[in-house]
Ligand binder design. Structure first.
Ligand SMILES: [Zn+2]
Length: 422
């Protein structure tokens, strides 16, 4: 395989501020060289791209992704039985392709209904059957009887609907995690608390700390991770103590939660862009009353206050959200990045780190993806503009000139920038 040499790049490497006039050499599926142009002479057959100050950056990582969601409502929680698995697989294949073509070369599942849709989709992507990002595959959510996702009327006697597996007691959680992992799931979703826009479901902490600890230990023993939909302050603290790897949302976090997350190395994926949609356009979703909207506004206001504190304290923050819910369609991923800059006051370079380095850390693949450095996989974007100055440029698909995954160009609008190589 011949090499691709990018010259005169504005390099955003996922760690440091932008650096001008850098050359990057891609050899096969890896980044072979990053440095001054003169040190990387072209050989016959190499493809040379003169970027002339355009940005080269890591492929983005979306750390909360529901592949099977498409135009769903969340009240009641989807059971995962609304469509047959073959149909859901096509929805999922369409969504992951969309993410890749928006510049997200890696995605982390936050749960994907039943039938191991994510697991099988990941295998199909890795085998080249369909196009898509690198995936950390999810499965069914684990919850307790009567918990957050146990929303069917009890007289229906649904038992375990497709999207959830109900477990009671540490032993059942341990067994459920092992069963999920045995079917290929790499990150298991738990539902220990309500909140995050949904306030009229079971109010109690649905999963106890000893149950979460059993789930986390069972996953870690097999080299896998657990993530938890968790909004409430006390539940966040229980999750961190129990060894949960990823807190989704954390709407009620305070300084104590932040310090606990930093000490334990827990990742936080706030998914606040969804709350923004809830506050802006609930009409499609529910006929919410002012009383129902008040807690959502309170969650939004608290996260807006605490996320800069969490950033400053060193929490591993990541991007990703509930795309596919009716008020937040798939494809709007890069708008979320601008939202954190403009409405939460996070510096563009930090949000870029959330979407690159931090996502790679969550995946446990920081040695391979998430930054532009020698030896890593060549997951790269070429952007006509500088996202560290104007992060909104990532929303303009025409300015996304190239998307490379593992050295292969998924999108290639570089022909005008090629240097003839005799
Ligand atoms: Zn979600």
């Amino acid at each position: 395989m011949s090499r691709t040499i990018f010259r005169e790049a504005n390099l955003l490497d996922g760690e440091s501020p932008a650096r001008a006039a850098v050359s990057v050499v891609v050899d096969g599926d890896r980044i072979a060289f990053v440095g001054d142009g003169d040190a990387a002479p072209a050989a016959p057959g190499d493809r040379e791209i003169e970027l002339a100050g355009r940005t080269l950056m890591p492929g983005l990582v979306l750390s909360h992704f529901h592949s099977t969601y498409d135009g769903i409502t969340i009240m009641p929680e989807p059971l995962g039985l609304e469509n047959p698995p073959g149909y859901l697989m096509l929805v999922a294949a369409n969504n992951v392709r969309k993410a890749l073509h928006c510049g997200f070369t890696s995605i982390v599942s936050a749960g994907a209904i039943n039938d191991e849709i994510d697991v099988q989709l990941k295998a199909a992507i890795d085998d080249g059957v369909v196009e898509g990002p690198r995936m950390l595959a999810g499965g069914r959510g684990l919850d307790t009887t009567g918990g957050y996702t146990d929303t069917g009327p009890h007289w229906w006697e649904l038992g375990n609907p497709g999207a959830s597996r109900f477990c009671d007691g540490p032993d059942e959680f341990r067994a459920a995690v092992r069963a999920e992992i045995s079917r290929g799931v790499e990150i298991v979703k738990l539902f220990p608390s309500g909140g995050h826009g949904v306030h009229d479901t079971a109010a109690a902490s649905a999963i106890s700390e000893d149950e979460m600890r059993a789930a986390a230990e069972a996953a870690h023993q097999r080299g896998k991770k657990v993530r938890a939909h968790c909004s409430w302050r006390h539940s966040v603290l229980e999750c961190v103590r129990a060894g949960v790897d990823v807190i989704d949302h954390g709407d009620e976090i305070d300084r104590e939660c932040i310090d606990a997350m930093v000490a334990a190395g827990t990742t936080l994926v706030p998914g606040m862009f969804f709350l923004k949609q809830m506050l802006g356009d609930t009409g499609n979703l529910v006929n919410a009353t002012p009383e129902q909207m008040a807690p959502i506004q309170a969650e939004f206001d608290n996260l807006r206050k605490m996320l800069p504190v969490a950033q400053q304290a060193g929490v591993n923050l990541c991007v990703g959200d509930d795309y596919g819910i009716i008020i937040l369609p798939h494809g709007r991923y890069a708008e979320e990045l601008e939202f954190y800059v403009k409405e939460v006051g996070i510096a563009p370079l930090d949000v870029i780190r959330w979407a690159t380095r931090n996502g790679a850390k969550l995946m446990g693949r920081e040695d391979e993806v998430g930054s532009v450095s020698e030896g890593k996989l060549a997951d790269l974007l070429v952007v006509d503009g500088d996202p560290s100055v104007d992060i909104a440029v990532l929303q303009d698909r025409d300015k996304l000139l190239a998307i490379m995954k593992g050295g292969a160009l998924v999108k290639d609008h570089l022909s005008n920038l090629e240097t003839p190589n005799p």
